[in-house]
Write a protein that binds this ligand. Structure first.
Ligand code: G1P
Length: 291
C-alpha cells in the first residue's frame, strides 16, 4: 500500500515584484481572480485532492494570508447579525480545522528548493504535495486530484507537465524524457530553465508536485543551481535512478498568474466558466474585442 499524501506545502514567500505596485503592501498570493485570492484556489485544490494539513512557507509582509485563513470574528458576527447566511457560509468554509494549518518563515529568499526545504520538519518522513499559487489550473477534475489518481500507480515523484513552445524552455523545469505515452512521461533527468538550444525537451513542469521525502535529503545539500538559487528541480533530479520520476499531462488549462497577461487571461477564463458571470463576461468581450 502506498502511503497517503496528507500534507501540502504552499511556498508563499516571494516578493511579487512583477506585480508592483499592487504587491507593495499585499502578498501576490492574495491577488483575486474574479473574487477569490490565488492562494484560496490552491488550498481548495489541495483539499479536493484529500490533503488534510496545509503548510505555508511565508516571509515578511505576508500576514494577510494568515488572516485570510483565520476566523474573522467581527465579520462573521456582523454577517450573522444581518442574516447574510450565504456570505457567512462562504467565509466559514475558508477556515481549516484547528491545528491543520502551519506557517514557517523562509527567512532568506534562496530559491524554491530552499522554501520547500524549510518545511521539512513539518512534513517529516512521508510523501507530500507542493502547490505554487501562481500557477492556476482550470479543470473539470482539479489538477492535484488527477495527479493523486496517477500517483496511486506510479508512486515516487510525480509532477504536472505541459508542452511549451521551444523558445519558452528557459522559464521552466524541463524533463529529459525516456518514455512518453502522450499522457504520462517518465524522465531520466531534469534541467531548470535551460536555453532553448540545450533543452532536452519542451515538456515543462508546472507548479504541482507530489514528492518523496528523499527530496528533502537532496535539498539538505543546499547546492545552488540556475540563477544562483537552490532549485527544487535539482533536488528532484538527484533522486532519479532510485525513485521513479513521472510527469503527468493533466487535463485542463494552466494560467501563469505570475505574469500580467496570464493573470488577465485567468480572470476572463474563470469569469466565463461561472454561471453567474458568463453572460456579463461574454458581453464585455464582445464590446472590447472590436477595439
Ligand atoms: C518554478 C520552478 C520551475 C517550474 C515553475 C512552474 O519556477 O523552479 O521548475 O517550471 O515554477 O511555474 P518559477 O516560476 O518560480 O521561476
Amino acid at each position: 500500500m502506498r502511503r497517503r499524501v496528507r500534507k501540502a506545502i504552499f511556498p508563499v514567500g516571494g516578493l511579487g515584484t512583477r506585480f508592483l505596485p499592487a504587491t507593495k503592501a499585499m502578498p501576490k498570493e492574495m491577488l483575486p481572480v474574479v473574487d477569490k485570492p490565488l492562494i484560496q484556489y490552491a488550498v481548495e485544490e489541495a483539499r479536493a485532492a484529500g490533503i488534510e494539513e496545509l503548510i505555508f512557507v511565508t516571509g515578511r509582509g505576508k500576514s494577510a494570508i494568515e488572516d485570510h485563513f483565520d476566523h474573522s470574528f467581527e465579520l462573521q458576527e456582523a454577517l450573522a447579525a444581518r442574516g447574510k447566511k450565504d456570505e457567512l457560509g462562504l467565509v466559514e468554509a475558508i477556515v481549516p480545522k484547528p491545528g491543520r494549518i502551519a506557517y514557517t518563515r523562509q527567512i532568506e529568499p534562496l530559491g524554491l528548493g530552499h522554501a520547500v526545504w524549510c518545511a521539512r520538519s513539518l512534513v517529516g518522513d512521508e510523501p507530500f504535495a507542493v502547490l505554487l499559487a501562481d500557477d492556476l489550473v482550470l479543470a473539470d477534475r482539479p489538477c492535484l486530484a488527477q495527479m493523486m489518481d496517477v500517483y496511486a500507480e506510479t508512486g515516487g515523484n510525480l509532477v504536472a507537465v505541459m508542452d511549451v513552445p521551444k523558445e519558452h524552455t528557459n522559464r521552466y523545469g524541463i524533463l529529459d524524457v525516456v518514455s512518453d505515452d502522450g499522457t504520462l512521461a517518465e524522465a531520466k533527468g531534469l534541467v531548470e530553465k535551460p536555453k532553448p538550444e540545450v533543452a532536452p525537451s519542451t515538456l515543462s513542469i508546472i507548479g504541482r508536485y507530489i514528492l518523496h521525502p528523499e527530496v528533502f535529503e537532496q535539498l539538505d545539500k543546499q547546492e545552488k543551481g540556475a540563477g544562483g538559487e537552490i532549485q527544487l528541480t535539482d533536488g528532484m533530479a538527484r533522486t532519479i535512478g532510485r525513485i521513479p520520476f513521472h510527469g503527468l499531462r493533466f487535463k485542463g488549462t494552466r494560467f501563469d498568474c505570475g505574469s500580467k497577461a496570464g493573470f488577465l487571461e485567468a480572470n476572463v477564463a474563470f469569469a466565463l466558466s461561472r454561471a453567474d458571470l458568463k453572460g456579463d463576461a461574454q458581453d464585455i468581450l464582445a464590446r472590447y474585442g472590436k477595439r
